[in-house]
Ligand binder design. Structure first.
Ligand SMILES: C[S@@+](CC[C@H](N)C(=O)[O-])C[C@H]1O[C@@H](n2cnc3c(N)ncnc32)[C@H](O)[C@@H]1O
Length: 354
């Protein structure tokens, strides 16, 4: 008997961390939509069967173009992580406010393609926005369309990602008598994958600042490193920032896991906000990967993590290649849903699909 492959579309796909996790669980990505071409280039490079569409999902005609690509095919699951900047809900009925258009695009896609399930990912702060009214309104909208919706703040580290990254996830199941049960964590806190376990095998680049180092210099040392390398034998996106001497001198004085508070009086005073001069702790998962603000440093080397190191901390496999300039690559990595978190959520959704 042939195994059914479920079709997904990924809205606000970025480079496609979310859909990559779904593909790992056996789904087929038909389409990714984003407004940022550099992210779409990376998405297309790493999602062989998918089309990348550059569209503004706030625009009223965007669904005509999506319809053309879908071309009557069945969509089993719709996934997406709409940005929620500027979200507004000043009264119970103004979800239609144009600032909420990006969320409305998610709702419109589900209304149009009637998938068996949908998944929406967002920052955890979304849960308390307007005292929870936004979250409640989202659940209400999808419930009215016949979906049984559940939502939860999940932590990526629980699912094997070497990073403390919390996200609010909504999953809706069409006409289902039961709600989606979020997957059981696979790791306890004491067993979380640490930074060293995640990136300790990657070359230091101490003597190769600014150039791409394309080969591994050691064997993988942990199960996680083996998993990320897979069959990959070329190291992509491993380029170190050539910091100014004063930055290197400051960071050299911060211990493993420390920050600006560990600096001697008068050193590094140019940056004194709470995240400044933070070195990842080698024996813990990383804090939430950002989009490349250069405030976080390698636990051992006096430099920011390379795109590949950040990608590892987001559980992207090493054969996932990021394109565009360094700023764009860092943004793609920092915006993404960690692949192993997406995989855990996707595998669990399979249990509910017909
Ligand atoms: C949080 S990121 C999504 C990351 C993605 N889910 C992943 O796992 O890699 C949000 C994306 O929404 C895109 N975006 C923002 N405004 C948009 C719009 N009006 N239309 C389409 N995409 C938009 C951004 O370019 C960004 O890539």
């Amino acid at each position: 008997m042939t195994k059914k492959t479920y079709n997904i579309i990924d809205l606000f796909c970025g480079c496609g961390g979310l859909s990559k996790g779904f593909e790992k669980a056996g789904y087929r990505t038909l389409l990714g939509v984003d407004i940022e071409q550099s992210a779409l280039n990376t998405f297309e490079k790493n999602h062989e069967c998918a089309v990348g569409l550059n569209l503004d999902l706030a625009a009223s005609d965007s669904f005509n173009k999506i319809d053309n690509v879908v071309n009557g095919r069945n969509i089993d699951v719709i996934i997406g992580g709409p940005p929620c900047q500027g979200f507004s809900l000043t009264g119970p009925r103004n979800f239609e406010d144009k600032r909420n258009k990006l969320y409305l695009a998610m709702i419109e896609s589900v209304r149009r393609y009637q998938p068996q399930a949908f998944l929406i990912e967002n920052v955890p702060g979304m849960a308390n926005l307007y005292k929870g009214a936004v979250k409640d309104e989202i659940i209400k909208r999808f419930t009215e369309m016949g979906y049984n919706v559940n939502c939860k703040i999940v932590c990526a580290a629980d699912y094997g990602v070497p990073q403390i990254r919390k996200r609010l996830v909504f999953v809706g199941l069409k006409q289902s008598p039961v709600k989606y049960e979020f997957p059981t964590p696979i790791l306890e806190e004491k067993d979380y994958i640490t930074c060293k376990q995640a990136i300790g095998d990657l070359p230091s680049l101490v003597d190769e600042l600014g150039t791409e180092v394309a080969s591994y210099s050691s064997e993988p040392q942990t199960a996680f490193q083996k998993q990320m390398r897979g069959d990959c034998n070329v190291l992509y996106n491993h380029v170190a920032v050539n910091h100014k001497d004063f930055v290197k001198q400051v960071i050299a004085q911060v211990p493993d896991g420390g920050n600006y508070k560990d600096l001697p009086e008068g050193v590094g005073t140019s940056r004194n906000f709470h995240m400044a001069w933070t070195r990842y702790a080698s024996n813990k998962p990383s804090r939430t990967i950002d989009t490349g603000h250069r405030n976080n440093f390698h636990y051992k080397w006096n430099r920011c993590p390379t795109v590949r190191e950040s990608a590892r901390l987001q559980s992207f496999p090493d054969d996932f290649v990021f394109t565009g300039n360094k700023t764009q690559q860092n943004r793609q990595v920092g915006n993404a849903v960690p692949v192993l978190l997406a995989y855990a959520l996707a595998k669990q959704i399979l249990k509910y699909l017909k």
